[in-house]
Design a protein around this ligand. Structure first.
Ligand code: ADP
Ligand code: TPW
Ligand code: MG
Length: 579
């Protein structure tokens, strides 16, 4: 193309420091050690220089994966995950993840190079012209642009604070190409950098709010606790466990809060969810929103008479966002603060002893749970041919139980819903999945970040459709030789592989190539590919992968008739009938 990358380096003789160096130094000063990136104009050199300066620069095949990796890095570390992209198309590819981070309350900073502001604003058709700042703003918690090298320190400090303070979210930082041609006097440049002090200040709840919450809880006859991914994010694991155990209240973990206490915990009511929700009289939400994933706190799920009817539960909501309460139903006792401080205040307010919930309620939940667990055990014990979701997931369940420190990534429809209910998690922040939007495409980006951050083996249970959204990143996984074991639950399509086009010709929109050999994709880049048609083959492949820590893709052939439309959320599909 003949386009020349800007090449401005630190000039020792004239004591100048250039913009790239200032960006790198500002990130390092704030403890950021990894960048999830995809190089190109105008940030190619920045990626090289960052690497040369000791930052880990993980280079992806698509910005969306880099962005998802950054977003989950934020969730796992409480530091903003940094995604670095080129202008217009690269920025837009990363934008999906930025919006995802904001929606899921994950701290992330999308840093994108951009074109000449003067040219963009006059719409004169610059290389990759796009008004990126304006486009990012509604999808981000905050959005900033730095025009001058001396403002880089402030720009990055503001981006970090915005990402991690209060309710975390995605922040956009716009760095125009021209910025990278600037250099300023080195001493002044260094002095302009800011090491952010206390980026996510604790937020102590008000004593009267604590008292109100405890009074409501004390009077409950059928209390229930719901733990959400905000509780997992907060890293207040021991206190949360202490609170749950001290109260003796049954609890339900939301998807990414699984393992905050082991799913096998006596008080875990997951297997009795559809009994506990409508049955409860007081519900304490800890870092969980009453959004669609909790049926908005209304309707039949909650014992309401109609879809919009409130079930009559009284809610305590522990959340850092003062605006969250009353978003869907009345919150009797909002408790605003960071979860660590709130849970500590609740524990302190309880004093020495605390009345246990009425025995009838506990017995009823336990009874329901026992029945459902027994039913599930029966289903899991079957060994049908072809293999179905249950017989495959019985294997995955054993493997996770034997490797509780492994990270666990999960996306798909049936491949998601069955996995979530069958595979127990034993430790906090191990399960990372489609999140608030139920998006496909997080898979391989999450695998890379999870492996790099935790150094633990990663198990990814992927629908065959879900896998396709980020499948090319198996090259990234192989390139960095990450201990990732991908299991593609291959049922030949979206939800199932049996739809038929009534007119003949093209196959139905939900159907893929039958018997596709996904494992060969992994072999193409030097990883291990396994074609598995039985639970025994699947088990061996997963055990080998975890033992060897070699990148592995197991193509698990699942009965193509086994799934249901949209998995568990068939009812949200406006026109589908349950099949
Ligand atoms: P889930 O999908 O698991 O139900 P949500 O994403 O809906 O969880 O809810 C997470 C909630 O946790 C958000 O309302 C967010 O404001 C809150 N949150 C995130 N981090 C913290 C924290 N450190 N302290 C308190 N609340 C937090
Ligand atoms: C970004 C819609 C939800 S689930 C799914 C799609 C396309 C794939 C389901 O098939 P899969 O799982 O993965 O093979 P299984 O086991 O049921 O066969 N685009 C985005 N996000 C979503 N959620 C969709 C489309 C969807
Ligand atoms: Mg499928």
């Amino acid at each position: 193309m003949g386009t020349v990358e800007p090449q401005v380096a630190t000039d020792a003789q004239t004591q100048l420091i250039d913009a790239s160096q200032l960006v790198i130094d500002a990130l390092k000063l704030n403890g950021i050690d990894t960048i999830y990136a995809l190089p190109g104009i105008p940030i190619t050199d920045l990626t090289r220089r960052a690497q040369a300066e000791g930052l880990r620069v993980l280079s992806f095949r698509h910005e969306q994966s880099a962005g998802y990796a950054a977003s989950i890095a934020g969730f796992l570390t409480q530091r903003p995950g940094i995604c670095l992209t080129v202008s217009a198309p690269g920025f837009l590819n990363g934008l999906n993840a930025l919006a995802h981070a904001t929606t899921n309350c994950f701290p992330m900073i999308l840093i994108s190079g951009s074109s000449e502001r003067e040219v963009v604003d006059l719409q004169q058709g610059d290389y990759e012209e796009l008004d990126q700042l304006a486009i990012a703003r509604p999808l981000a918690k905050a959005a900033f642009r730095v025009l001058h090298a001396e403002d880089i320190g402030v720009g990055i400090a503001r981006a970090i604070r915005a990402a991690v303070s209060g309710r975390p979210g995605g922040v956009y930082l716009d760095l125009p190409a021209k910025l990278f041609t600037q250099a300023i006097e080195a001493g002044a440049g260094r002095r302009s950098l800011i090491e952010v002090v206390d980026p996510a200040p604790r937020q102590i709840p008000a004593p009267d709010a604590v008292k109100r919450a405890l009074e409501l809880l004390k009077g409950a006859r059928k209390p229930l606790i719901i733990l959400g991914k905000g509780a997992a994010y907060a890293q207040a694991d021991a206190d949360i466990r202490a609170l749950v155990e001290k109260t003796g209240i049954p609890y339900l973990p939301m998807s990414m809060a699984k393992g905050l206490l082991p799913d096998t915990h006596e008080q875990c009511a997951s297997a009795a969810r559809s009994f506990a929700l409508p049955g409860a009289d007081v519900v304490m939400l800890i870092g969980a929103r009453l959004n669609w994933l909790l049926s908005h706190g209304k309707g039949k799920t909650w014992g309401g008479k109609g879809a919009k009817d409130w079930g009559g539960q009284k809610f305590i909501q522990v959340d850092i966002s003062p605006q969250e309460a009353d978003s869907n139903v009345r919150i009797e006792a909002p408790l605003v603060g960071d979860i660590g401080s709130c849970v500590q205040a609740l524990l302190a307010g309880m004093g020495g002893g605390w009345p246990q919930p009425p025995a009838e309620w506990l017995a009823a939940v336990a009874e329901k749970k026992k029945g459902n667990v027994a039913k599930m055990a029966e289903t899991l014990a079957k060994n049908p041919s072809p293999m179905n979701f249950h017989s495959a997931l019985a294997v995955v369940r054993d493997i996770v139980k034997a490797n509780p420190d492994a990270m666990f990534v999960n996306e798909g429809a049936n491949a998601l819903d069955f996995t979530r209910s069958i595979v127990d998690m034993f430790k906090p922040r191990k399960r990372i999945d489609v999140g608030t939007w139920g998006i496909m495409g997080i898979g391989m980006g999450y695998c890379v970040a999870a492996a790099v951050i935790t150094k633990q083996p990663v198990i990814a249970i992927e629908g065959d459709s879900a896998f396709g959204f980020s499948g090319m990143e198996v090259e990234t996984i192989c390139r960095y030789n990450l201990p990732v074991c991908i299991v593609v639950m291959n049922n030949n399509g979206v939800y199932k592989g049996t739809d038929v086009n009534p007119r003949g010709g093209d196959v139905a929109p939900t159907v893929f190539v039958k018997d596709a050999r996904y494992e060969k994709l992994m072999e193409a880049f030097g990883g291990v590919g396994v074609y598995a048609t039985t639970p025994a083959e699947l088990r061996k492949a997963m055990e080998d992968a975890i033992r060897s820590r070699r990148p592995t893709l197991v193509n698990a052939m699942i009965d193509e008739t086994a799934g249901t439309e949209s998995g568990r959320i068939t009812s949200l599909n406006p026109t589908a009938k349950k099949k």
